[in-house]
Design a protein around this ligand. Structure first.
Ligand code: CP
Ligand code: NVA
Length: 317
């Protein structure tokens, strides 16, 4: 099948809520099968002959490796573009890049700055576009995180997730997931770094609660999660952020406020001694390595879904 032929309406994954709850559950069911096949060295070539283009305008380790390895494992191939080695770095409009690239490949993953940039790309693309992180959202990471939670503890519905730290792309995506999948989100961020209403809209107060004290946010939580104090693109603010976030380090004392069987997650890369202490991230409640691995399994399921839709036989390999 070539790049211009789609089996159904064109779908993108630019934010978490671009998929319905049922579709997310379908992606998780496929991810379980895909992971099982991977562990048993059983070929799973549902995207044979398909090509994924990846566009990185920011650095990456996990997103690059998980998409690239994942697409090869599905029988497809991958092209990697960066701002510096493509014409994007020489001011070619993103719309023209989208028009051209999407005539030659079947699927595009982009990591970039403003959400509007990926939206502009998607609106000129003939093929599905996946958000591999923008300033506002990181939906593939939250897919992996919730899949990981379910693997360890079962359904996340009705549970409480505590977000400690910057009101960033991860936090905004957790909020969308909480609203869609029915769990509670506690957020504690220093003043000046809380979630902005222009992005969140008016969140449901039965889902979303803000806390000025991170210890209170963690009280009774089933999952405690955090991220770097300074996200990519905000490096100029590094010093002021270090000061503002000094009390927002997830350490053993903070974890002790959560439920005894609470998990700890971090999308990585992590800075031990800043947003998380070494004993927490390397301790028994931490599932960060499963989280990282699961990026690959859920993204394989996501790419399949965007290109093939829901398969009549969900056990098909
Ligand atoms: N978590 C995550 O997206 O990692 P990378 O920046 O290494 O891709
Ligand atoms: N919030 C971080 C996530 C990195 C995976 C960033 O945007 O840099």
């Amino acid at each position: 099948m070539n790049a211009t032929v789609q089996p159904g309406p064109l779908r993108h994954f630019l934010q978490f809520r671009d998929l319905s709850k049922d579709e997310i559950n379908y992606v998780f069911a496929r991810a379980r099968l895909i992971k099982e096949n991977f562990k048993r060295y059983k070929p799973h070539h549902t995207l044979h002959d398909r090509t994924l283009a990846m566009v990185f305008e920011k650095a990456s380790t996990r997103t690059r490796v998980s998409f690239e390895a994942g697409m090869y494992q599905l029988g497809g191939s991958v092209i990697n573009l960066t701002a510096t080695d493509s014409q994007l770095g020489r001011s070619e409009p993103i719309e023209d890049t989208a028009r051209v690239v999407s005539r030659m490949v079947d699927l595009v993953m982009i990591r970039t700055f403003e959400q509007t940039r990926i939206e502009r790309f998607a609106s000129h693309s003939r093929v599905p576009v996946i958000n591999g992180l923008t300033n506002e959202y990181h939906p593939c990471q939250i897919l992996a995180d919730i899949f990981t939670y379910i693997e360890h503890r079962g359904s996340i519905e009705g549970k409480t997730v505590a977000w400690v730290g910057d009101g960033n792309n991860m936090a905004y995506t957790w909020l969308q997931a909480a609203e869609l999948l029915g769990f509670k989100l506690h957020v504690s961020a220093p003043q000046g770094y809380t979630l902005e209403p222009e992005i969140t809209g008016e969140p449901d107060s039965s889902v979303f609660q803000e806390f000025s004290d991170p210890m209170l946010a963690c009280k009774g939580a089933d999952l405690v999660t955090t991220d770097v104090w300074t996200s990519m693109g905000f490096e100029d603010e590094n010093e002021e952020r270090r000061e503002a976030f000094a009390d927002w380090c997830v350490d053993a004392e903070m974890m002790a406020e959560a439920n005894p069987d609470a998990l700890f997650m971090h999308c990585l890369p992590a800075h031990r001694g800043e947003e998380v202490s070494g004993d927490v991230i390397d301790g028994p409640q931490s599932v960060v390595w499963d989280e990282a691995e699961n990026r690959m399994h859920v993204q394989k399921a996501l790419m399949e879904f965007l290109l093939l839709g829901q398969l009549a036989d969900p056990q098909q390999t």
